[in-house]
Design a protein around this ligand. Structure first.
Ligand SMILES: CC(C)(COP(=O)(O)OP(=O)(O)OC[C@H]1O[C@@H](n2cnc3c(N)ncnc32)[C@H](O)[C@@H]1OP(=O)(O)O)[C@@H](O)C(=O)NCCC(=O)NCCS
Length: 201
């Protein structure tokens, strides 16, 4: 029998935070991850509609990206209630296109995804999934953490500022399929933070 993914934390509320390394390790969580991903981004300000196969494909694709950090908060054996994923910024062509010349992209780590199922919000899970990813980034290679959030500057935005991120004042229009089936863009804003322990801090 193969071992399951590494458990980083067991929380008082019964959730386990797991670090996944391979698509094979992720197999038992794929469909539940897809459900969580669909739920989280279906609500405002995103109103996005992802197919199950698309969301599963994202998970596989992140796990195949070298140096990814893929964390899931899981209830029971396989129920995914939250996710936090990051990859080197240089591995994301869309990010490279927007930020080339503005940011030292080879030294930047991109916090690509964060979501907590609505019923589990407000208990510190989102914050923890950010902190854990920041702790796991190799600061010998990466000096900057970056992310994109809604330009509506919502609760997520305030949370990132509290965690030491700065508003870069750089925006990007992100096209996505919306709940009504149309494809429209919404405006996102980049935030960044110098990593503690890196040579630049
Ligand atoms: C943003 C998100 C991940 C926060 O997750 P969470 O587990 O609720 O976050 P935490 O409990 O760690 O709270 C962090 C901060 O978020 C804010 N917050 C949390 N729950 C909130 C709620 N229900 N309503 C408003 N603000 C809330 C608070 O400012 C909180 O700070 P505090 O701890 O000082 O009170 C979650 O709301 C979410 O998945 N949103 C939809 C997807 C999204 O916006 N992702 C981020 C894209 S970059």
């Amino acid at each position: 029998m193969t071992e399951g993914p590494e458990t980083l934390e067991e929380r008082d509320d019964g959730l386990r935070i797991l670090r996944l390394r391979t698509p094979e390790e992720a197999a038992p969580f794929r469909s539940s991850f897809a459900g969580a991903y669909q739920d989280v981004f279906a609500s405002p300000p995103y109103n996005e509609r992802f197919y199950t196969s698309e969301a599963m494909g994202f998970l596989d694709s992140y796990l195949r990206t070298p140096d990814n950090i893929t964390l899931l908060a899981v209830k029971g054996a396989t129920r995914v209630v939250a996710f936090g994923i990051g990859v080197p910024a240089a591995r994301r062509p869309d990010i490279v296109r927007e930020l080339r010349g503005l940011v030292p992209l080879r030294s930047a780590f991109y916090l690509a995804e964060l979501g907590v199922q609505e019923a589990w919000r407000g208990r510190g899970l989102g914050r923890r999934l950010i902190e854990l990813r920041l702790e796991l980034i190799d600061t010998q290679r990466f000096s900057l953490a970056m992310l994109r959030t809604s330009a509506t500057r919502n609760a997520g935005y305030r949370m990132y500022l509290e965690l030491g991120f700065e508003d870069m004042g750089v925006y990007m229009e992100v096209p996505a399929r919306r709940l009504d089936g149309s494809v429209r863009t919404d405006r996102r804003l980049f935030l960044s933070r110098v990593l503690a322990g890196s040579r630049e801090s």
